[in-house]
Design a protein. Structure first.
Length: 169
């Protein structure tokens, strides 16, 4: 698996920088230098509060979140770092809906800004299903450095998947 596939959406100049970081063995150093410590949002309960707080601040008029949790995601490389599911069931004539956000397990031991990118991404899907311009505008509204942080998130996941966890001693 080459980093080329993993960073496919980025301009060639960025892909080249990424490739250099990786081949020169500097990826972990780059990340640790920028993000010296992990967040403390370890439990699903804490993640739920964190997610809800962001939602209340930026997306008040969207359906409530019922659940947020860390979950083992199948294919990180294909960008499924997080998922959001919305289902509604008919309970004796009453429509009951459930809104759930799942975040890849790797983010449990991650810097806070990178957890935030993913939470913001999944929250933005409450309003925009597709990865279109409106979607990214909304992401940037919630988190102005969204694009840079998304690249760092990919670098972080790459580090975890192909080398070792960032904060492992
Ligand atoms: Zn998405």
């Amino acid at each position: 698996m080459s980093e080329k596939q993993y960073f496919l959406g980025y301009p060639p100049a960025i892909q080249q920088q990424v490739s250099q970081l990786i081949t020169q063995g500097k990826l972990k150093h780059y990340l640790l230098n920028k993000y010296p410590s992990p967040h403390q949002i370890i439990s699903d309960k804490a993640l739920f509060h964190y997610t809800n707080e962001l939602k209340q601040r930026y997306l008040k008029n969207t359906p409530v979140i019922n659940k947020a949790l860390y979950k083992k995601q199948k294919d990180l490389v294909k960008n499924a770092l997080g998922t959001h599911t919305f289902s509604s069931k008919n309970h004796g004539g009453k429509l009951k809906s459930s809104h759930e956000i799942a975040i890849a397990m790797q983010l449990k031991n991650a810097p806070e800004p990178l957890l935030k990118v993913l939470v913001v991404h999944e929250l933005a899907h409450f309003k925009e299903k597709d990865h279109n311009k409106a979607f990214y505008n909304l992401c940037e509204h919630m988190l102005p450095e969204y694009h840079q942080l998304e690249l760092d998130l990919r670098l972080f996941i790459y580090q975890c998947e192909f080398f070792e966890g960032l904060y492992e001693k």
